[in-house]
Design a protein around this ligand. Sequence first.
Ligand code: SAH
Ligand code: SF4
Ligand code: F3S
Length: 461
Amino acid sequence: MSGAPAYYIRTYGCQMNERDSEILAGQLEQLGYRPAAGAEDAQLVIVNTCAVRGSAEEHALGYIGQLKRLKDARPEMTIAVAGCMAQEPETIAWLKRHAPHVDIVFGTHNLHRLPALLEEAQAADEMVVDVWESAGEVVENLPSRRAEGVQAFVNVIYGCDKFCTFCIVPFTRGRERSRRPEDVEAEVRALAREGFQDVTLLGQNVNSYGHDLDPPTDLADLLTRLEPIEGIRWLRYLTSHPRDFSQKLIDTVAASAKISRHIHLPVQSGSSAVLRKMNRKYTREQYLDLVERIRRAIPDAVLTTDIIVGFPGETEEDFLATLSLVETVRYDAAFTFLYSARAGTPAARWEARGPVPDPVKKDRLNRLMARQYAISWEKNQAWVGRREVVLVEGVSKKDPGVLACRSHANKVVLIANEPGVDLVHRFVPVRITGAKTFFLTAERVGEPVSPPRRRVELPVL
Ligand code: SAH
Ligand code: SF4
Ligand code: F3S
């Protein structure tokens, strides 16, 4: 074992948190830390938390609780809690009372303070808490340790201004701040030079990108600017808000061979009455009109969505409207959630006055999932026989004889892991041979179209 201290980061939540963890890791490696396989082997453990639903918080708090045993055995180790939960004052109070083994708490707006906080914690006898209520300027050029492979996340807009009445994100991530297009372009060019080929642009509401810049710009123009970058095969973006999905963006995607045809378009509910209470700023009809325009321009679009059931006041009729919307749109997949009250949001007050009873919520969720799974299965059948180029993401965790791949339109595709052929992180032509609810199966029909991975020793970029 070398003398360098080892770190371990446990990440909960969305891609933005994953990206933040890469930046935390990059800073640590610049300080001389090396990655550890798990918390047991680490001198520094960071828990990067998510606050979007009660269940996400419980997972993180449970894990923080487990770390006490390690800290008791090795009091010199450092435990830090970061991410969206840290932005909530309730969390700090809870940690102080129930988790005094935590040394450092910092939030989503001051990742760059990590090196200073580690130093402060060395000298302090009590928990070092540094959480900023609002974000300062976007800090560019922080080092980062990207995940292994050829896929990279690139932040383009931070925060969210939408204030859906159920959602904690505007409170944990602050107001919308776009990065300058030239900074995004420079980052993507550097990624291409490093051998990255599949780039996903990130924002909680990615298609409001650029409205706050001077001069203002938009996601369509940003994608057009990134498209010619050589070496980048696939461009994706997450997450779209239906209200801000412009015709210009539809046309840009339709005209491009590089931009993914996967569109994640969270609807949340099929009832205009519920959508209004959610402050989603669109009606059922407007949403369906958008879907129709997408389908017309991009017939092979793969549409996925997020749906919440049991929002306070949701009636059976509202729920049936959601079911009928799911039938009409025929999503490829849907992430379905039970409404979870988030402290400080308007919907949490309505929930306190009159929640949808738990058994009703669960029954609705089951009915919705059953319907969606059947549709997903049916939609996937249409892919059988098609030729696709897929990116091999890795060996299947469940079966070493299988490679897990992703198609340009974000379908999970499984192919055989052939002995003696290293296809991991390469783009491979396949023919789809079978379809299930959550994945397609395929056979390889040719040699990889991309070179073997170039990045052997990953640089901190
Ligand atoms: N910015 C994205 C996603 C935000 S969080 C968007 O606007 O679509 C991801 C998903 O979590 C949301 O789409 C929503 O379906 C779900 N979600 C957010 N808050 C929730 C809550 N309080 N209870 C249950 N689900 C929630
Ligand atoms: Fe939350 Fe709504 Fe913003 Fe999405 S758009 S992050 S659901 S407030
Ligand atoms: Fe969770 Fe924060 Fe992402 S609340 S979903 S980690 S923005």
